[in-house]
Design a binder for this molecule. Structure first.
Ligand SMILES: NC(=O)c1ccc[n+]([C@@H]2O[C@H](COP(=O)([O-])OP(=O)(O)OC[C@H]3O[C@@H](n4cnc5c(N)ncnc54)[C@H](O)[C@@H]3O)[C@@H](O)[C@H]2O)c1
Length: 319
């Protein structure tokens, strides 16, 4: 079912790295008054999300979410609120509570109010036993609490689809690279921080080893993937509906640094791995997205060179 122009959308975690870009894209589709952006944090007036409706809402407060769903006649939720991998390992109890408790609330509300639901998964569902080219279907044995909540989230989403007919969809995002909002405490944050440091100071100390290769994606591709998945006819979606693998571009930290040096010759990148190396090492380096290609026609547009060019020119314009 393609979203109707009259539909009203609620976004949780709207002030994060993805919400900052997904909310404007949704407002463009549905109209400025038909997207209710929410977050636990208060909004800053300079945020792009401030151009339309915004209200504070904790995803652990089911009554508050229900109040918003009823008062705005919401028919679709984009559930972005979560605690990411690195922050989640510092506070696993919070990660479990927010990621699973928040999802349980939106799934129940989707069932009770007949809503469509988008809830992202992550490449963090994979563990060290996953082949380097991660298949859609493979044993999921993550070693981080964040990864465990994402595996459980996919299982919960499938349960609501199979038992209650809730049209819930999700993508296993790779590390997302964007310039409009800072990343929210994930293991792939180095691939964003490196650009800010390259433009502002000309040097960066990367927290993973030079040969660490992870699946990444430019945010424009991720937003387009999200909207395309939500637009796909329901009958085209298969067993991966709650966690489609999608590939963007895979590169090592050193290849990223070299691509920046090609544009900023004086840029210097050092490497001092910290605990996040361990999380990175537990993930695959590439993603097999054949099922997303077949089911809803997924195709990335941004390779490493385009992504580096976009990031640097946008950040240089801002400075
Ligand atoms: N950014 C990535 O690289 C990436 C990769 C894979 C998956 N994802 C997934 O995409 C989703 C969004 O990620 P993001 O990068 O925008 O994260 P982010 O950390 O940038 O943003 C998450 C937002 O959720 C809010 N939040 C936290 N606890 C909340 C609560 N109890 N109630 C309401 N809001 C709360 C935070 O204030 C924050 O604004 C998450 O599910 C994440 O796991 C992101």
């Amino acid at each position: 079912m393609t979203e109707q122009s009259g539909s009203c959308v609620l976004v949780t975690g709207a002030l994060g790295q993805i919400g900052t870009e997904l909310v404007p894209a949704l407002r463009q589709r549905h109209g400025i008054d038909s997207v209710i952006a929410t977050d636990l944090r208060e909004i800053n007036d300079h945020s792009v999300v401030a151009s339309g409706i915004f209200t504070v809402a904790d995803v652990l407060d089911k009554n508050r979410l229900e109040e918003l769903i009823i008062s705005h006649s919401v028919d679709t939720i984009y559930h972005l609120a979560a605690i990411l991998s690195a922050t989640g390992e510092k506070n696993p109890e919070l990660c479990e509570r927010v990621n699973l408790g928040g999802l349980a609330n939106v799934l129940e509300l989707a069932k009770e109010h007949n809503l469509r639901l988008y809830t992202p998964s992550s490449i963090a569902v994979f563990g060290p036993d996953c082949p380097p080219l991660a298949p859609q279907e493979t044993p999921l044995n993550p070693t981080t609490m964040y990864g465990m909540t994402k595996v459980a989230g996919e299982v919960m989403a499938n349960y609501y689809w199979e038992n209650h007919g809730v049209d819930v969809r999700g993508i296993r995002y790779p590390g997302l690279i964007s310039w409009k909002a800072p990343p929210g405490g994930g293991t792939t944050d180095y691939a964003v921080e490196i650009f800010h440091h390259a433009v502002e100071s000309g040097n960066y100390t990367c927290f993973v080893k030079p040969d660490t290769k992870l699946p990444m994606m430019y945010m424009d591709d991720a937003i387009r993937a999200t909207l395309e998945l939500m637009d796909a006819p329901i009958e085209s979606l298969g067993t991966a509906r709650a966690g489609y693998n999608i590939a963007g571009v895979s590169f090592t930290a050193e290849e990223l640094s070299n691509a920046i040096v090609a544009k900023i010759p004086n840029f210097v990148c050092g490497f001092e791995p910290d605990i996040r190396q361990k999380y990175a090492d537990s993930w695959p380096s590439m993603i097999d997205d054949t099922q997303a290609q077949n089911d809803w026609g997924w195709k990335p547009l941004f390779g490493l060179e385009q992504l580096v060019g976009e990031m640097l020119s946008n950040l240089q314009d801002e400075n």
